[in-house]
Design a protein. Structure first.
Length: 80
């Protein structure tokens, strides 16, 4: 499907517009970029597709919570 065949228009947002669109801070949108969840339209243009912003926000919700702690076996005490 080409862009001209889409029923909804493609919206390109600034960082501030992207934050407002998903109800997050601009800093949170920058975190999405740092985490690789969101990429700009072009490397030299700091504009983002609305669909990509919404998708990044949804993906970040699935990552909520603390990382699991791994239990380390105490090797030095087991041989004593």
């Amino acid at each position: 499907m080409s862009i001209s065949e889409r029923s909804e228009p493609v919206r390109i947002l600034t960082l501030a517009q992207a934050a407002k669109r998903v109800g997050k801070s601009e800093r949170q949108i920058r975190r999405y970029i740092e985490q690789g969840l969101l990429e700009p339209v072009a490397p030299s243009i700091k504009r983002y597709y609305e669909q990509s912003v919404v998708k990044a926000e949804k993906e970040s919700r699935s990552r909520v919570g603390r990382p699991r702690k791994t239990r380390e076996k105490n090797v030095s005490n087991s041989s004593a």
